[in-house]
Design a protein around this ligand. Structure first.
Ligand SMILES: C[S@@+](CC[C@H](N)C(=O)[O-])C[C@H]1O[C@@H](n2cnc3c(N)ncnc32)[C@H](O)[C@@H]1O
Length: 366
């Protein structure tokens, strides 16, 4: 973690500025961030601050889990993660099986229906809730992947793999990625926040366009994904300009009006409560700041993948998506963005031969 990051960080719960504690030689590698409230203590694990609540899973994100598993989410996830040593593919497979077996199609639909009529603060509660009054035990937020082979994500070796994969992808079908990078890095100064590091393709696209004097903060709820940004930065020798955070987009731990550009490369497509995310994007952006987004033109592609092991009809998919506040396409995004003073300035549709159509859109904060 670079020291400059501290100037932007706040507690997701209280909004207080966070300060670094335990400063020693390796303070930016391992240490803690503290707020005014004694329960606001967040670990820095292998140089990545984990701005999540006490005991939340930072190892794996699957955007509908807590709708169904509710307060059993951590317990079930940790059990399955441990069993498969943090292997994401096996974990997803087993989680899907578990959910289908335990709840069945009817149980899943019921959980979504119940979720849809909850007041907003309750919907966000799983991520917002602090265990007030509890001792913050030191290991509570250390993701399993760091205890297994996860350290390898934040290495130059992993970064190299990601950069090479991105180059291959650009030549095959990611025709939009260079345009995206150019739009994001237009000013070559200020602070850029990336929502959803994921595999790091978008991160590479942005860095390849040349950051100039700008700083990049890449955010993901999944530790291994966030660590990909560190790996890429190390491989490209740009560690000074690039930071990573583990946090939820619903509570972005950055100061109001402090950010020049927010960008996302297929981040909205895999999240839920998009309206809430737009509130947060607008809050952290400066007036005149930009939000640059890449998403699939047809939102149902992703929704179908989310429920791929469960037999839902098209109509059923769409209904569940509306209950969970999934990304519902460009028109819906534009409307909701406008409510948050984010005005669409430009958009372009890309239609590669062998892949889905996608849209780059640029919004300006009024
Ligand atoms: C499709 S991936 C992003 C792809 C990536 N930008 C790339 O180009 O390789 C989506 C990511 O969003 C993250 N995510 C989904 N919902 C989130 C949320 N509410 N808060 C934080 N991260 C979230 C997931 O952990 C996942 O890594």
């Amino acid at each position: 973690m670079n020291k400059y990051l501290q100037d932007y960080l706040i507690s997701p719960e209280t909004g207080d500025a966070l300060i670094l504690t335990d400063i020693s030689e390796n303070a930016l590698l391992y240490g803690q961030l503290k707020g005014n409230d004694p329960v606001d203590i967040f670990n820095i694990v292998n140089e990545i601050p984990i701005l999540l609540k006490h005991n939340q899973v930072a190892d794996y994100n699957y955007n509908i889990l807590d709708i169904i598993l509710k307060d059993r989410t951590n317990e079930i996830c940790n059990e399955i993660l441990e069993k498969h040593n943090g292997n994401h593919e096996l974990v997803k497979e087993e989680l899907d099986k578990y959910i289908l077996y335990e709840y069945g199609k009817e149980g899943i639909v019921k959980a979504f229906e119940e979720y849809s009529i909850m007041p907003e603060d309750q919907k966000l509660l799983w991520y917002a809730k602090l265990d007030k009054g509890q001792e913050n035990d030191d290991n509570s937020q250390i993701p399993l992947s760091t205890l297994n082979d996860g350290i390898s994500y934040a290495t130059s070796e992993n970064g190299k793999k990601r950069v090479e994969m991105t180059e291959e992808m650009i030549s095959k079908w990611a025709c939009h990625l260079m345009d995206y990078g150019r739009l994001v890095t237009d000013n070559k100064s200020g602070v850029i926040v990336e929502l959803a590091t994921g595999s790091g393709f978008g991160t590479c696209g942005v860095i390849n366009s040349g950051l100039g004097n700008s700083k990049l903060i890449s955010i993901d709820i999944d530790y291994a994904a966030a660590a990909n940004a560190i790996g890429i930065a190390k491989y490209l020798r740009q560690e000074e300009y690039i930071d990573s955070l583990v946090a939820n987009f619903w509570f972005i731990p950055l100061k109001k009006g402090s950010i020049d550009v927010v960008c996302s490369h297929y981040g909205l497509d895999e999240a839920r409560e998009i309206n809430r995310i737009l509130v947060e994007i607008s809050r952290i952006l400066k007036v005149g700041g930009k939000f640059i987004n890449v998403s699939r033109k047809d939102p149902t592609i992703r929704i179908r993948q989310t429920f791929s092991n469960i037999q839902f009809s098209e109509e059923e998919y769409i209904k569940l998506a509306s209950y969970a506040g999934f990304y519902c396409g460009m028109e819906a995004l534009k409307k909701e963005a406008e409510k948050n003073k984010l005005i669409l300035e430009y958009h372009n549709v890309y239609s590669p031969k062998h892949s889905h159509e996608r849209i780059i859109s640029v919004f300006k904060k009024k």
